[in-house]
Unconditional design. Sequence first.
Length: 365
Amino acid sequence: LGRIEKGEEGIKQILNTAPVKNVEDAIEKNRITLAVVPEGTAIKGVAKELSFGQRTETYKASVVDQYSASVTDTKELLMRIRAGQHISGDSIKHIVKSFIDTYLNDKHMLINLSNARSPEQDYVFSHSLNVCLMAISIAASQGFNKEQVLDIGIGAFLHDVGALFIPEEIRFKAGPLSADELYEVKKHPMVGVHAIERIKNLPATAAFVCYQSHERENRQGYPKQRGGRLIHNFAKIVSIADVYESLTADRPYRKGLVPYKAMEFILRATKNLFFDSGIVKAFLEFASLFPVGSLVKLNTGEIAKVIRSNHEHYARPVVSVLVDAYNQPIDEKDIRTVDLNTQSSVRIVMPIDNTKLNIGVMKGF
């Protein structure tokens, strides 16, 4: 990239660089199909739907190990990209494929697993992986086939790679950003396009996801304030996963929201035309209003974990009861599940912040 000016002038400079102009030309001259639709065999139709009790402790531990190892691999790959090293897209593809296989074996596992939080200080690494897991789940819920979901997952994995080039004093700043600092942040989708240029064997769509995952349907995003039909559908999926994951994770300047509040934010934003309503509806039907993996308090006084959605019955998912009405933890062998859609006398009264209870991501799942 060479010497890039600060502020708005720097954005104009990057927009005129060859990698970014190539993406721009493809959008403006219709050289790539932006409105990609599901085709072929939808993976959601062949994925297994496991219930509580079907997941052994050994299996759950293996998935946690898979996630932990993948955070480490994600960090290594992203740091090599940041250093300007040549890497193969096959390394990224291997990680994404492994989680698609996890989805196929257990379709609700990825959204539950995305509630995991890495102790890694730099949030970009776990954020990139969690957005990838969320995007796989959302794409699958929309009816995309395995190859399409793979391309979406790879784009999601790389969507924020440009953020690693934002100066750390800005990226980790605890207070509000100045106008000039915001310009530095808004450069990162274009910097990401440059960063992935050295990666071999990437799907062509990865550059569009990097470039457009911060655009919005109502033209209120960046870097080009494009709307609806001029945003790649894969980027639209990743943008929803990105915002949801960002809202639920802690940042230097704020504490993360409980998943219900994040979903509520997504729904309000969709009414204001920030996100594609069809994609959000698919996400809501799969995740529920109280998203899978989150904790809720029931009108019985018990605390439960959401383990499966009930499709269009958004506020009445299937839950596993983890804490009794006397605030005592329930042993794993005594945990019971409740389908709130069939047991109408039981309902959710409020979401619960898991950071106060510190219940493990696999407890009751």
